[in-house]
Design a protein around this ligand. Structure first.
Ligand code: SF4
Length: 219
């Protein structure tokens, strides 16, 4: 993790990290940005979030948009119709049940439509500075298994296994480090193992083919 900390310095941050930074860790924008980011390229998430927040920055304002308006604003994020419905319904619930605030517990966050453990953990970490959560998306799941830290089949299983396998001081930043590494070096297909700064410690579990292309010097 210390090596990764050095190596990711200067690499592009994941979209939701940028949203969090630019909004001064506003829980609502982190929540909505994370909802939009599922299975979507970072550049698309960033642009869609910008359009949506330019129109409405609070649960009250966003709940007044129609699903069609939200669809138009967030297109072309993947599953934009589903996500538009989830955004609208989430805003309604935030207004009606949570006094227009994003709740601060895992249990309450999971009651919001489209919010799973990945989204809830990221909101708790980025917006509420929790040090007790690990946010596991497909990058974290894949790389943790390649590194041999865990042997798991699903992101939820990986999250639980990582609490056992890693030192608690790293929990809030596992996501930032591994997502950044996963987007630049340890990619889903053809990971750049020959360029990888942590290759010495990596058994490359399940890696069949790797890429020889330079990765890190493109920073
Ligand atoms: S050595 Fe290869 S599989 Fe292991 S972390 Fe680096 S890029 Fe990923």
């Amino acid at each position: 993790m210390r090596t990764l900390a050095r190596e990711i310095d200067g690499l592009e941050l994941p979209a939701v990290e940028k949203i969090s930074e630019s909004s001064q860790e506003d829980p609502f924008q982190v929540l909505i940005g994370t909802l939009l980011s599922a299975r979507t390229q970072d550049a698309t998430t960033a642009a869609a979030s910008e359009r949506l927040f330019a129109k409405a920055r609070t649960p009250d304002a966003m709940s007044k948009l129609t699903v069609k308006q939200i669809e138009k604003l967030i297109y072309p994020v993947s599953f934009y119709r589903h996500k538009a419905r989830h955004v609208k319904e989430t805003c309604r619930l935030l207004v009606e049940r949570f006094n227009s605030r994003v709740p601060q517990t895992m249990e309450e966050l999971l009651t919001l439509p489209g919010v799973g453990r990945k989204t809830a953990n990221l909101v708790l970490i980025l917006a509420f500075k929790s040090a007790k959560n690990i946010c596991v998306d497909t990058h974290v799941h894949r790389i943790s298994n390649r590194l041999g830290w865990v042997t798991t089949k699903s992101p939820d299983e990986t999250e639980q296994a990582l609490y056992q396998a890693t030192d608690a001081r790293w929990w809030p930043i596992v996501n930032l480090y591994l997502v950044t590494w996963g987007q630049n070096v340890c990619r889903p297909v053809y990971p750049r193992c020959s360029e990888c700064a942590i290759a010495t410690w990596c058994p490359k579990v399940g890696v069949a083919r790797t890429s020889r292309a330079r990765a890190v010097n493109s920073r």
